[in-house]
Structures are given as C-alpha cells and as structure tokens.
Design a protein around this ligand. Structure first.
Ligand SMILES: Cc1cc2nc3c(=O)[nH]c(=O)nc-3n(C[C@H](O)[C@H](O)[C@H](O)COP(=O)(O)OP(=O)(O)OC[C@H]3O[C@@H](n4cnc5c(N)ncnc54)[C@H](O)[C@@H]3O)c2cc1C
Ligand code: SF4
Length: 317
C-alpha cells in the first residue's frame, strides 16, 4: 500500500472542502472497497478524509411520505429498518443479497453506490484496462467476459456495476443528495447517477471533485409485491450474474430493473408497459440492442427466465 495521510472530518461541508483542497484525496466511509483497492495499488489516494463522524447516520421520514437515508447508514441498518422492510422490501432484499453480514455491518449507503467494478482485469494491474488506466485498452473484450456487461457497454469497456443495493434504488426511483465544497447542494435522480462507459469508462458517476453524498431519498411507497432475485455462481458471497429487482402489482403491472448486465442498474421504463403480457415481452424491450460476448450471451435468456420467476411470484402473492 502507498503511504497516505489521514484526517477525520467533523461536518459534511468540511469533509467536501478537505477532499477538494488536496489533489488525490478521497473520502473514507466503511473502507470495505477502498481499502482493498489501496492494498492492490489500484487506488492510490494521497490523503483520506474519514467521514464516519459527520452525522448522516439516520433514516428519517420526508415531508412527502418517503424516507431519507443518511449516507453513513450501514447496509445492515438500512436492510433491517422496520419501515424499509415494510414499504421498500425490494431494497432490503437487494442489500441482504450482497456481500456478507460482517461486510454489511461496515459498508455504508454512499460507499455501496460508489463501489468499483469487479471486472477481473480491473484487478490485474499487469493487464490493460481503460477504467484503471485510461487509454490503455480493454482486456475483457476478446478476453474472459462471463461476468461482464451485455448491454450499454462500449468498445472501451464492458464492465458491470456490482452493487445490488443500487438496483433496488433504481426500481424505487431514489434520489442521491450531495453537498459540494462551496456548500451548495443538489439532488441527482439515481437513473442519472451512473453514466454508461462510452469512451471514458474511468468516469463512473456524475459527482464533481470533492462532492460528498449526504443521503439518498426514497419517494413515498408504491405498494405492490417486492422481490429481488439474484443469480450467481455461489449461493452467497458472490456478485450477480443477473439480478432482478421487481415491484409487481396484482394486475401484473409493475417496475423492473436488472443488475449484473450493464455499467449501471438497467431499467427501461418503456419496457414496463409490457409487464401484463409477461417476461418475454419485457425482457425483449429491456435488452433490445444488447451486444453480448460469446462468454456471456447466456445472460440474455437467464435475464428473461429470472424476470419470469419474479413476475410469477408477484402475481401469485
Ligand atoms: C468480499 C466482498 C464481497 C462483496 N459482495 C458484494 C455483493 O455481493 N453485492 C454488493 O452490492 N456489494 C458487495 N460487496 C461490496 C460492498 O457492498 C462495498 O464494499 C461496500 O458497500 C462499500 O461501502 P463502504 O462504506 O465500505 O465504502 P468505502 O470503501 O469506504 O468507499 C467506497 C468509495 O466511496 C467513496 N465514498 C464513501 N462515502 C462517500 C460519500 N459520502 N460521498 C462521496 N464518496 C464517498 C470512497 O471515497 C470510495 O471511493 C462486497 C465486498 C467484498 C469485500
Ligand atoms: S471491461 Fe472495463 S474494467 Fe474490464 S478490462 Fe475492460 S476497461 Fe477495464
């Protein structure tokens, strides 16, 4: 690990200023992703600003009947919150499908949204990777791509976003709240938070330098049957090959988002009009324009079948 300096911020704007004032500084939350990447020298921050003491660890109701989740709320506390389990079950289930109990005790809401890809070549510093080293090439294209994206990818990167929680947030139309070093705030719809890779796969969010996530807001509950189905190589402690976050109503209408297939949680609102007609129609629209690799073409029928299982469960509930 490269040497770095460390400080504990006392408030959100102070944290944002501390990161913005030093090139190569980063926020540190639970550390479950960042510290691993630092040990491998994939991330080499010169200064860490620990945000554990800046508050932002509460889940509170909003004026319009939703919930505001502080950026530092742990994945365990969020998944087990009584209101989340009752009204936003898809989010609770998505979180519990990820990592392990110990990791979820440390991992935070903001850190989970910002965790980096699990593409094997991103972790292998001997191999070209445009995300790790812009302009160096993409080893996954023509390489081992079983885990990687089938849609929304580019000729520069076919990595997937590994977060389960983000797929649940996408289907719920969550909003990410931030504060900038000058104290100004903004609210970013989750749909716009993670860009597609294009020719800049190293840019993974729309955050600007020093911009701190302060929380995530959920709109008021939408009812329905909430389901998260994750298909993976091992029953636990593995990232999704394909996952489906679904909210399904009795009449067959609803919302769905896919994980494990793209650089971001994949939802196409227009595809949801086909929900009452069944999974084949929905999957066809959701994955229209998919460009799978030979290694991961299985994800297309797998997504359709996982979607069918979710829709069937919703109708039977
Ligand atoms: C073995 C293992 C298995 C895992 N399996 C899964 C899985 O199946 N599914 C899944 O979804 N996840 C999985 N994870 C990932 C885990 O969920 C993430 O590591 C965790 O959510 C990151 O949260 P953190 O608080 O520890 O982030 P950190 O590691 O502290 O930070 C991650 C990034 O977020 C930035 N950051 C943190 N807080 C803020 C903030 N408030 N504002 C702006 N930037 C911020 C940091 O600078 C850093 O770049 C796994 C991790 C491990 C180690
Ligand atoms: S898919 Fe993306 S992360 Fe993986 S090697 Fe290619 S550029 Fe790097």
């Amino acid at each position: 690990m490269k040497a770095f300096t460390y400080e504990r911020a006392k408030d959100p704007v102070g944290a944002a200023r501390a990161v913005a004032s030093q090139s190569g500084a980063k926020f540190l939350a639970g550390g479950t992703n960042l510290l691993d990447l630092m040990k491998l020298q994939i991330e080499t921050p010169v200064h860490l600003v620990d945000v554990q003491d800046i508050g932002l660890d509460k889940i509170e109701p909003t004026a319009d009947g939703g919930l505001r989740i502080g950026a530092l709320v742990t994945n365990t506390d969020l998944a087990s919150d009584r209101r989340v389990r009752r009204d936003y079950g898809v989010l609770s289930r998505a979180i519990v499908a990820g990592a392990s109990g110990q990791l979820r005790n440390k991992a935070t809401t903001a850190g989970n949204l910002l965790q980096r890809t699990r593409c094997p070549y991103f972790y292998d510093t001997n191999m070209p990777c445009n995300k790790r080293k812009p302009g160096s090439g993409c080893s996954a294209i023509g390489g081992f791509s079983r885990q990687l994206a089938v849609i929304g990818s580019s000729d520069h990167c076919i990595a997937t976003n590994p977060s389960d929680m983000a797929v649940g947030l996408r289907v719920l139309d969550a909003t990410v709240e931030t504060v900038k070093p000058d104290g100004s705030t903004r609210a970013i719809p989750i749909a716009e938070f993670h860009p597609l890779p294009g020719d800049t796969p190293h840019i993974e969010t729309v955050l600007t330098p020093g911009e701190l996530i302060t929380g995530v807001t959920l709109p008021k509950p939408i009812g329905g049957f909430h389901h998260y189905e994750k298909v993976r190589d091992r029953a636990s402690y593995a990232f999704a090959l394909v996952s489906v976050a679904a909210v399904i109503h009795k009449d067959g209408s609803g919302r769905v988002a896919l994980g494990g297939v793209a650089h971001k949680p994949w939802r196409v609102e227009a595809a949801e009009a086909a929900m009452p007609r069944g999974a084949k129609d929905v999957a066809g629209r959701l994955l229209a324009g998919a460009r799978p690799m030979p290694d991961n073409a299985f994800k297309i029928p797998l997504a359709e079948r996982t979607l069918a299982a979710a829709i069937d469960q919703g109708k039977a509930a």
